[in-house]
Design a binder for this molecule. Structure first.
Ligand code: ATP
Length: 514
């Protein structure tokens, strides 16, 4: 009788639960996040001591960029540019010194360039690339035998690794440093600079599995910080600047279209059903959402809120939702390493939210979007909240709306308490969706049965072909006590290192592990 009463209370809560955006209780994070910097310092890091020092305002383009407004500059990879003013933050006012826009001035995205003659400007330097990503990039179309890159070593801070494509397999070498600062792969030959090391092994293999060939091709240019220099602060844009194209899908709040901003830039446009959201509430929330910048989070570019329907303009992801992507593939092209890698990307985006004290509250495969090369980004921050109350980092749901029961943690169902740990529970369900190629969790059970069984301690069994350690991770996410669940930071490294733990995936004794 007691359990019946509790269940019916839970059910009432579920039916009347939340989804209306609220203001965060203690204001937003004041951290000024600049996550789309390319990690470069302004100081060039010269590595040829004999060459004249380049001007500190001269930059080399790392990617092609097509002007999106009359005020910015188009350029191609390898063009030289002079930064004339960096006042606009992540968009610099620059002059093209070479290339298609030579002698013209205009704005450029700062994360597309690196100081001339700095290590960041080297085409083979991929500093923030993880080993798994390095493998994916080198194995992508366009790279030939000998293609290579140098990246920061994940396991040892400050160390570098060389990843090389050898007959369709990627090998990794540690680049070590002597006490005098010289680099080496093998102690028999050391080099003052990385450039010299690369030049040496480009001429002969000298003990490496293969002579270094072409630098790894860059998969795609990074997302710019906002749509252009003048939309970074001007959040509201004229809806006439958006042309709606093909409908991409529909959700609870409205429809999503492919769009073209300013006749130049492909975007996604979420149109909100009139009356589904209070524009004031939304704009307040958007102020926080706009600060969230991470490579594994969908970037919110701009909004049109002056009239209905409200438009939310975000980056466009070619393959739509992860749920549809998994269901379409059904395991034909995607294998275990792709599944783990996609899960690791979601964990990485969520680890960032965790760090920012944001709670997503609707994490599920339908709210993760997929781009080229299985790139996954967490979407739908309409529900995310900043919450920073002393000794507490939970959010209580109060408002009405539809409730994703099968993804929701018991304490959220029972007491309406949401926290980053209830997101971790949802992440466990998302792992299940990934491993089953988009099956609905708790198949054949109704939402009501799920609530009943979960509160009694029931958990889903491992999906078919799910490795034991991965089921272990899922089960950790479903611990009854939220504090016993892992952090997203832990989930991220466990997934990124998943194949490290599995020694069978290492077969090359000559390889230095990085
Ligand atoms: P809910 O409203 O319940 O969260 P949902 O997340 O599926 O459901 P939307 O966010 O409105 O709803 O998205 C609907 C569909 O539109 C998605 O499933 C996806 O296929 C597509 N879509 C949404 N955003 C993008 C985007 N940025 N790029 C490409 N496709 C998108």
């Amino acid at each position: 009788m007691e359990i019946q009463k509790r269940l019916s209370a839970c059910w009432d809560r579920i039916v009347s639960c939340f989804r209306k955006p609220e203001q965060p209780k203690t204001g937003g994070s004041n951290k000024d996040t600049t996550f789309f910097t390319n990690g470069h310092t302004d100081e060039p890091k010269p590595f040829n001591r004999l060459a004249p020092a380049p001007s500190r305002n001269h930059y080399l383009a790392l990617y092609d960029y097509s002007a999106r407004t009359a005020d910015d500059l188009s350029f191609n990879t390898g063009d030289k540019l002079e930064a004339l003013s960096k006042d606009a933050g992540e968009w610099w006012f620059a002059k093209a010194l070479t290339g298609i826009s030579i002698n013209r001035t205009g704005y450029i995205p700062a994360n597309y360039v690196a100081p001339v003659e700095s290590i960041d400007a080297e085409p083979w330097y991929f500093p923030d690339t993880k080993r798994l990503d390095a493998e994916k990039m080198l194995l992508a179309e366009g790279n030939n035998h000998g293609a290579f890159l140098i990246r920061n070593c994940e396991s040892q801070k400050g160390e570098l690794s060389l990843s090389v494509l050898d007959h369709g397999r990627v090998k990794h070498y540690k680049l070590k440093k002597l006490e005098n600062g010289q680099y080496f792969v093998s102690r028999t030959k050391s080099f003052e600079t990385l450039k010299e090391l690369v030049e040496w092994y480009t001429v002969q293999a000298d003990g490496l599995c293969v002579r270094l060939g072409e630098p790894c091709k860059k998969l795609e240019a990074p997302t710019t910080y906002g749509l252009s220099y003048n939309t970074v602060d001007t959040w509201e844009i004229d809806r006439k600047s958006i042309k709606l194209g093909k409908k991409l899908g529909a959700g609870q709040f409205g429809e999503v279209y492919e769009g073209l901003w300013n006749d130049t830039t492909a975007v996604a446009v979420k149109t909100l059903k009139p009356g589904s959201m209070d524009p004031g509430d939304f704009l307040r929330e958007a102020q926080f959402m706009k600060r969230l910048r991470h490579a594994k989070l969908i970037q919110l570019y701009a909004v049109c809120t002056m009239e209905e329907p409200i438009y939310i303009i975000t980056e466009l992801m070619r393959h739509g939702s992860l749920l549809e992507y998994l269901q379409m593939d059904k395991g034909n092209d995607l294998g275990l390493s792709d599944q783990i890698e996609m899960a690791a990307q979601v964990a990485s985006g969520m680890a960032y939210l965790e760090q920012q004290n944001y709670i997503h509250r609707d994490l599920a495969a339908r709210n993760v979007l997929v781009g080229e090369n299985n790139i996954c980004k967490v979407a739908d921050f309409g529900l995310a909240r900043v919450f920073m109350v002393k000794n507490e980092n939970v959010y209580e749901a109060k408002e009405g709306g539809k409730f994703p029961v099968k993804w929701t943690a018991p304490e959220a169902i029972q007491d309406g308490i949401f926290s980053i740990k209830s997101d971790v529970w949802s992440f466990g369900i998302l792992l299940y969706e990934i491993m089953t190629f988009g099956q609905t969790p708790y198949p054949a059970m109704t939402n009501y049965q799920v609530v009943q069984k979960i509160l009694e301690g029931y958990r889903m069994p491992p999906p078919a072909k799910c490795p034991k350690p991965l089921y272990g991770i899922m089960s950790d996410c479903w611990k009854r006590d939220p504090q016993d669940r892992p952090t997203f930071e832990t989930l991220q490294w466990k997934l990124e290192d998943f194949f490290d733990l599995d020694t069978t995936s290492y077969d090359d004794a000559n390889r230095y592990h990085s």
